[in-house]
Design a protein. Structure first.
Length: 91
């Protein structure tokens, strides 16, 4: 599963050929969640409150890039790295 972003200890990944609705996988420490791209809401799993807020804000700011990665992943095309809130995209 490709990593598309890393920021503040949060890792964002997407699976190739994953199920709908369009989403990404977020991990912070041992906590994991599936986050819907359209609105940044957690649809499965759980994350700490602060991580949830940061991920939601980031997802909404980067929605177009996440949607493009989702479309690419759905047909097996390589995914692009997306910068984190710090603009870097790397730990």
């Amino acid at each position: 599963m490709p990593t598309v972003a890393v920021f503040y200890g949060i890792v964002i990944r997407m699976y190739f050929f994953d199920h709908n609705p369009p989403h990404f996988h977020a991990q912070y420490g041992r906590a994991r969640a599936l986050v819907r791209i359209s609105d940044g809401e957690i649809i499965a799993g759980a994350l700490p409150k602060t991580a949830t807020r940061m991920i939601r804000e980031w997802a909404l700011d980067r929605r177009e890039q996440l949607e493009l990665n989702w479309r690419n992943a759905s047909v097996g095309i390589a995914l692009e790295r997306i910068p984190g809130p710090d603009g870097d995209g790397h730990e």
